[in-house]
Design a binder for this molecule. Structure first.
Ligand SMILES: [Fe+2]
Length: 459
């Protein structure tokens, strides 16, 4: 068994210990109930058994107790020294062309897809997509353009070259917009969209950084709950004030209060308050009403407030020509020019930028460091040097044009542009399962590190 596998099986053993603690089973009592020799179970928990035996035990555990055994199949870190790298030639080899109908009704090439760097540690699925269908207008109903059906993933996209972008809005109306190099967009899951080129002789492509969010992670449970139950969780976000009221009612009913009983509590605070007025959709809930309600329900105001719907958040367009880049780390020491890409407050941890590297040498004493899983692709003509720090060691990597890379959260990195040519690095970050809600909860625990190091019984 190699070191990595041993480390992995020790982690799985710790996770099994944690689950047995949750079930209030000692090693002895679990071994007896599950009819497993005590020595074997001790070895499994200490990571001394092989993978097959360990997983067979997890299956036995989840058959016997009402638990989701798949949660114990821990993720295997697929990074090498904290990163995953995909060179341009490996990307090129993964290319595949898909046809769509043309205006004559025949199937003709539409896109060429190429894989870029990915890791199983996060829900990024970034694709390099070449536009093969040429149009010569901006008609959103151009018969040569074919919308897709939309997809489950959020899409954060970078445009390179003369690309037309099309989408069907929530009311079923098509739109087309002219995009150019360095423009970017955000597409809400399941909105139909498409891309074409305005000039087949010029390179026109997008980097579609599709990524799963909380809903993707909740899918496993959602399938089990089924469509009828899932409907109850869907708040009416696009109708004025409705989602806020539905959410408020959910809190009230979860506390086994009725509207009448909560109204009495409200009135004991302030006679003028009326729950029936608060939940009428005519007016938005005021901040004073939220404050009183949050103190009655013993939750934070931020837990009660649901963001207001803005149609422009469904499809966010960012034109590079109308955004002003900033110097990093400072105007006095401008190592990079950072061009912010499309943003939506719905996805506060989805952050995209174009990094223009101004310095020739890398210098890790001015690091970029983020809490996010980071994906980068060099879409410029200059090679870029990457220097990064992982577990107190410094590593170096060259990013040639079309090379892409994934970096684990909190890795510090610095970039250099030895040729001084115009550099273009698309850099996107997303949060993983350790999202804001998980981070808040983790931080409040008495001994947070024990979440992944539990080796002891609970008493
Ligand atoms: Fe897409």
């Amino acid at each position: 068994m190699n070191d990595e596998m041993h480390k992995y099986l020790k982690a799985v053993g710790s996770r099994i210990r944690c689950e047995l603690n949750d079930l209030k089973r000692t090693t002895e009592s679990a071994a007896k109930e599950l009819e497993v020799p005590l020595k074997d179970l001790k070895d499994i928990i200490e990571g001394k058994k092989d993978e097959e035996t360990t997983f067979r035990f997890i299956d036995r555990l989840s058959d016997f107790y009402p638990i989701d055994g798949k949660q114990l199949y821990l993720l295997k870190d697929d990074t090498i020294n904290g990163i995953r790298y995909m060179g341009s030639s490996a990307s090129y080899k993964s290319r595949r062309v898909f046809n769509r109908k043309s205006k004559s009704g025949e199937l003709k090439p539409y896109y060429e897809y190429r894989d870029t760097a990915m890791s199983r540690l996060c829900l990024f699925k970034p694709e390099w997509i070449l536009m093969l269908r040429e149009v010569n207008d901006f008609d959103p109903y151009n018969p040569d353009m074919v919308l897709n059906k939309g997809h489950n993933l959020h899409q954060f996209g970078l445009f390179v070259g003369p690309v037309n972008f099309y989408w069907e809005d929530i009311n079923g109306i098509n739109h087309c917009t002219k995009m150019q190099t360095r423009d970017s967009n955000y597409i809400t899951p399941f909105l139909k969209h498409s891309f074409t080129t305005r000039d087949a002789n010029e390179l026109a492509y997008i980097v579609a950084c599709t990524n799963g969010g909380e809903v993707s992670r909740a899918q496993r449970e959602a399938y089990a709950l089924g469509p009828e139950l899932l409907k109850n969780f869907i708040l009416n976000f696009r109708s004025k004030n409705e989602a806020s009221i539905q959410l408020l009612k959910q809190y009230i009913f979860n506390d086994i209060h009725s509207l009448d009983s909560i109204d009495k509590l409200l009135k004991s605070f302030d006679k003028k308050l009326d729950i029936y007025k608060i939940i009428s959709t005519d007016t938005a809930i005021t901040s004073y009403e939220y404050e009183v309600l949050s103190s009655i329900l013993k939750v934070e105001v931020s837990d009660l407030v649901f963001p207001e719907y803005r149609e422009e958040d469904d499809m966010v367009l960012n034109y590079n020509s109308s955004t002003k880049p900033h110097s990093y780390p400072s105007i006095e020491n401008p190592r990079y020019l950072i061009h912010q890409c499309a943003k939506t407050s719905k996805m506060p941890f989805l952050k995209g930028s174009i990094i223009e590297v101004l310095c020739t040498e890398t210098d890790i004493s001015y690091p970029i460091k983020r809490s996010l899983h980071t994906y980068m692709i060099n879409f410029g003509k200059s090679e870029i040097n990457l220097e990064y720090k992982y577990k107190d060691k410094i590593y170096k990597k060259k990013l040639y044009p079309y090379d892409s890379i994934y970096l684990k959260p909190f890795i510090q990195f610095a970039l250099g542009n030895p040729s001084r040519g115009k550099s273009n690095l698309f850099c996107v970050g997303i949060s993983g399962s350790m999202n804001l809600a998980a981070q808040k909860e983790l931080s409040t625990l008495a001994e947070p590190p024990r979440v992944i190091t539990e080796l002891q019984e609970w008493y």
